[in-house]
Unconditional design. Structure first.
Length: 346
């Protein structure tokens, strides 16, 4: 009789940085897929990457507060600790341990070519501040986040694919130099609304780090606030509702948000509207409804802080058990002595 062979589950890793309040873009572009798809089909890990929030000037109390909020929202969007691992990056030492080893494999040129480094460094210098070294090297920490778990897939938005490519490059280089250690990951992206744009500046991503502005819809915004922001969204010259990301980015952004909230094709949806006002009203209501269960569940989870703490504690223990063997193997591969004396060859 033939014996059934079980196919190993794909391993997925992704993280959210507590640099600001989470936005509609975070939810539609990543978090909803994590809850609805990834945790059910894969061995999935989802992490609050709090160490990444230290790369620029920050308020420590605010980082702690936003880290707690991010963890709570991960549970509120539907992540189930029985199905996936939810934890905080700084609670698992293996991330920082592996990051330094990978810095010894990465090059200065690779770091300086990273688009986000160029943008953020220019922003910091424009504010009269200095650029921290960690801003240059944090893509290596991101690679460590991914590679420590021998991750197969990293669900990301368009702006993060360069970082996944760096993780791929470092994994391949390390494996070639020191022997096979890391799985080479690949980026996966949702088909619609992978990158929700700012309602007041359709050329810019709806980023949580911006913190202020009527163009950003936050996951925890009240319904009336959401409606006001959407109704004030920048559209384009002309009156015809047409899906044209190049020539009419404002309308295209609204149609993509509508499609992501309720399903459908942005181009086909555009054909059903004769005015910008009708489109905005439907987008506003669609956003209110898609965020309503998240806000309600968030209130429930916040009412039980002990539950959140327990999830994070157990998640960190599980993550540590998965990451430590790979990181220990990487340490041995590069020539570092094992910490346990009995492992040293005589």
């Amino acid at each position: 009789m033939a014996v059934a062979v079980r196919t190993p589950r794909v391993r997925v890793f992704s993280g959210i940085k507590p640099s600001g309040h989470l936005t509609l873009g975070n939810y539609l572009g990543a978090m909803r897929r994590w809850a609805e798809v990834d945790q059910h089909r894969a061995e999935a890990l989802f992490c609050v990457v709090d160490l990444h929030a230290l790369t620029v000037e920050h308020d420590p109390a605010r980082v702690r507060r936003l880290s707690q909020q991010a963890a709570t929202l991960l549970l509120a969007v539907g992540l189930d600790p029985e199905l996936c691992t939810v934890f905080v990056q700084s609670h698992v030492d293996e991330h920082a341990r592996l990051s330094y080893v990978l810095e010894c494999v990465a090059t200065d040129g690779e770091m300086r070519r990273m688009v986000q480094y160029k943008e953020k460094a220019a922003r910091e210098q424009g504010r009269g501040g200095s650029v921290r070294l960690s801003l240059l090297t944090y893509p290596v920490l991101m690679a460590a986040d991914i590679l420590a778990y021998r991750t197969d897939e990293v669900p990301v938005g368009d702006d993060q694919t360069q970082h996944v490519q760096l993780a791929r490059d470092l994994a391949e280089r390390f494996n070639q130099r020191y022997g096979f250690t890391f799985t080479v990951p690949r980026a996966t992206r949702p088909g619609v609304a992978a990158r929700v744009m700012n309602l007041q500046d359709p050329a810019a991503k709806m980023g949580k780090s911006d913190d202020v502005g009527p163009g950003i819809v936050y996951v925890l915004d009240e319904p009336d606030v959401v409606r006001k922001k959407v109704m004030r969204a920048v559209t384009d010259s002309g009156r015809e509702v047409v899906y044209d990301p190049e020539e009419r980015p404002g309308v295209a952004n609204l149609l993509e948000i509508l499609a992501a909230c309720g399903g459908g094709d942005p181009e086909a949806l555009g054909a059903g509207y004769s005015s910008y006002g009708d489109l905005k009203r439907d987008v506003a209501e669609a956003v209110v409804e898609v965020l309503r269960p998240v806000r309600e569940r968030h209130r429930e989870v916040c009412a039980d802080p002990g539950y959140v703490a327990g999830v994070l504690r157990e998640g960190a223990e599980r993550a540590r058990a998965m990451a430590r063997p790979t990181v220990d193997r990487a340490y041995r591969a590069v020539g570092l002595l094992p910490a346990v004396a009995s492992e040293v060859a005589v």
